[in-house]
Write a protein that binds this ligand. Sequence first.
Ligand code: TRP
Length: 332
Amino acid sequence: MSRKVACTGIKPTGSPHLGNYFGMYKPAIELAKDYDTRYFIADYHALNTIKDPEKMRELSYEVAATWLACGLDPEKSIIYKQSAVPYTFELHTILMAFASKGLMNRAHAYKAVVQANKENGRDPDDGVNVGLFTYPILMAADILQFDSDVVPVGKDQVQHLEMTVDIAQSINYNYKAELLTIPEALVRKETGLITGLDGRKMSKSYNNTIPLFLPKKKLRKTIMKIVTNSQTIDEPKNPDTCNVFALYKLFATEEQQEDLRKRYLAGGLGWGHAKQELFEVMDAYLSPMREKYDALMEDKTYLEKILKEGAEKANEIVEKKLAYLRAALGVR
Ligand code: TRP
């Protein structure tokens, strides 16, 4: 029996951080045990915001190297750049004919920009390019081209998935056939619960992230910046309301967690000590991945080779799907 298909994309718009790792990379890699996976670097989605070619190239390499350093096996999973599979954009064009404008008007990302413009007395369309407006349709093409069954995403992408389902259903309805597989969002519970340096959700837009592959010294320096309260060393401290402890739990064994919990409650543990404990477990966990990542970033030829092979595999699958769809639509 053939396995189900899981598909997801990551935009190369910033260096991968711990929130991305626990929210996306790690669960997606675990999913590869049970699913046929198609993971891609959503560079054409990123083009809406990244208009510097050097930055685009570098951030795309970073995402590719992160997938591999975190343990994705390119022999078993397909990993590729969105821009290297032109069929996606043909499907995008097909989907446009079925995606209602009203549906796109309701997309959160687009609405947020319009709202901010209105609040600031600007024209509602100020700075809005059509790519931002049609973003959910391109995303639907990414997903539907593979007949994906599940799409691992963060909570913020659930609406986009609903739009994908909506578009696919209107096509199936019109042609009275299951031309497209209806996908399902796979939303991880933990997603969004990784706290950043200031205690809010870790996010690039809050500027509170801990990048995944900081060199040791920088990692320690960054951890020391985590915001804590002004309790003195002697005071007993509450681990359950502490940003440092929340991060510690992600990296430490049960035993280590119990041990540090006791030291919090007993008093005599300063914030500097707690942060040092955090640094040690985090560094032990991340070091092997960081070494792999650094080696990959030094070997762009290898990264290019992996991405090229991935794109070939993806093109082969999608080419067939598009031939099938064109025939069904009566266009070729
Ligand atoms: N929009 C997603 C994000 O911002 C990235 C993305 C693009 C994606 N295409 C996709 C995710 C297809 C899942 C499936 O995170």
